[in-house]
Design a protein around this ligand. Structure first.
Ligand code: ATP
Length: 355
């Protein structure tokens, strides 16, 4: 059994009358990489800041390596925050940026120089120790920001949207670098992002939050394949899952959806109102006359080269993704079909997943 590095039980946080965190339970194992993800204002930064000790929790308990830290000051928690790359000191070279925290602790100059060399080797910046931040690329600055955290050998790394200032290509490269670094040094990491792709690709445990509540947590692909409710289903996956109202047909094993009847892989009460969820990548194009196909008219086609997005007319609009360049054009009528086990169903009142 892996031991917990950070354990959070029934944590609440109020800012005056505002209830920012509601009954948060989270167990972060030693060596784990956990992503906190959710829309703006859901409380992910607040949760990270309570772990860091920068915000006091209102109630509940928090442990770091079996030590209760509810009221422990940030500097005694032995955690390192990694910010966006611009948080480097501009008037210090890379070596001094890396070792600043050690200097504050009174570590000798010789020891600091040794540690700087060691960490520079880990982050691949050995040849740049004398450079100033302004003479580094965005990716190199981000590595220095990581190095500054690594040099302190913290119990965990806390990342607050560290890549949000970088361009798209660099973000993709840095998320691989950060994950590789995490693995190489055997770190424990908590990573806040609003970008579900970043969360899915970097973390081994994803926590989806909304309005101060954890909606679901688990392995990235579990959340994708078995979302607990409509919110998680719509948040995880890109492009987002399509939703449309449906009614369970008389046979109980298919659903009426947009003038068609599509088979499902579970038995349900006939006549029940449901919300049908279809992932754009799970919909295939067929003959509109074929059994179980939903006839629709294409309203627009977007081609990216590697894939095509087909949008449908009607309410609600649906989107599907096909590989490569699609020969289909706006105005054509096609049939949509989905494997029964890829049809997601949600309760129309509670939005909870029905399987
Ligand atoms: P974002 O992605 O926009 O940074 P977030 O999920 O990180 O969002 P938080 O910064 O954790 O959100 O904020 C959660 C909620 O708590 C927001 O509604 C915010 O306005 C509120 N909040 C945060 N800090 C304070 C504060 N010091 N006083 C009052 N309300 C606050």
């Amino acid at each position: 059994m892996t031991s917990s590095q950070i354990r959070i039980e029934k944590v609440d946080k109020h800012y005056g009358a505002f209830h920012a965190l509601k009954g948060i339970d989270l167990d972060i194992p030693k060596g784990g990489f956990v992503a906190l993800v959710g829309p703006s204002g859901c409380g992910k930064s607040t949760l990270l800041r309570t772990i860091a000790g920068l915000e006091k929790i209102t109630s509940g308990d928090m442990w770091i390596e079996d030590k209760l830290v509810n009221t422990l000051a940030p500097r005694h928690r032995d955690l390192a925050m990694v910010f966006q790359s611009y948080a480097l000191y501009p008037h210090m070279n890379v070596r001094d940026n890396l070792t600043y925290a050690l200097r504050l602790k009174g570590v000798s100059k010789a020891e600091r120089a040794k540690r700087a060399e060691e960490v520079a080797a880990v982050i691949g910046l050995e040849s740049l120790l004398d450079r100033f931040p302004r003479a580094l690329s965005g990716g190199q600055r981000q590595r220095v920001a990581m190095g500054r955290a690594i040099i302190r050998s913290p119990k965990a790394f806390l990342f607050d949207e560290p890549l949000s200032n970088l361009d798209a290509a660099l973000r993709v490269r840095m998320r691989k670098e950060i994950r590789a670094l995490h693995d190489r040094i055997g770190a424990t990491s908590v990573y806040v992002t609003h970008d579900q792709i970043e969360a899915m690709t970097m973390a081994d445990h994803v926590v989806v939050m909304r309005a101060g509540v954890i909606e679901q947590q688990g392995a990235p692909l579990d959340l994708y394949e078995r979302p607990a409710n409509q919110f998680v289903a719509g948040f995880i996956g890109s492009p987002a899952m399509n939703f449309a109202p449906g009614v369970v047909a008389e046979n109980g094993t298919s659903v009426r959806l947009l003038d068609a009847e599509i088979p499902i892989d579970l038995a349900m009460q006939p006549g029940r109102d449901v919300i049908v969820g279809l992932r754009p990548e799970h919909i295939t194009v067929t003959d509109p006359q074929s059994k179980g196909a939903v006839p629709v008219t294409i309203s627009a086609v977007e081609a990216t080269g590697s894939s095509s997005y087909l949008f449908t007319d009607g309410d609600p609009e649906l989107v599907l993704v096909t590989n490569g360049t699609s020969p289909l054009e706006a105005g054509e009528t096609i049939g949509l079909s989905v494997e029964p086990d890829q049809v997601h169903l949600f309760d129309s009142q509670t939005q909870v997943a029905l399987r």
